[in-house]
Design a protein. Structure first.
Length: 67
C-alpha cells in the first residue's frame, strides 16, 4: 500500500471572484463598521435596535464571523 500524505486544504474561495472568503468577510465587517460610525452609533445602539448581541456585531466587524 502506498504511503498516504496529509495535505492541507486551500483556503475557501468566493466562486464569483475567486477571492478568499476571509477577505470578503473582512470587507463586510468593515462596511458595517463604517456605516455604523457614519451614523454615530455604537455597537450597543445596534444591539438595542436589532436584537443582535454586541459581541456578535464585534466579531462580524473584526472578520471573525461571517453573517
Amino acid at each position: 500500500m502506498a504511503d498516504m500524505q496529509t495535505l492541507s486544504a486551500p483556503p475557501p474561495v468566493d466562486s464569483n471572484n475567486l477571492a478568499p472568503v476571509t477577505t470578503v468577510a473582512m470587507n463586510i465587517g468593515a462596511t458595517i463598521r463604517a456605516y455604523r460610525q457614519q451614523k454615530g452609533m455604537s455597537q450597543g445602539d445596534i444591539e438595542k435596535r436589532t436584537g443582535l448581541l454586541r459581541c456578535y456585531l464585534s466579531r462580524v466587524e473584526n472578520g471573525h464571523t461571517v453573517p
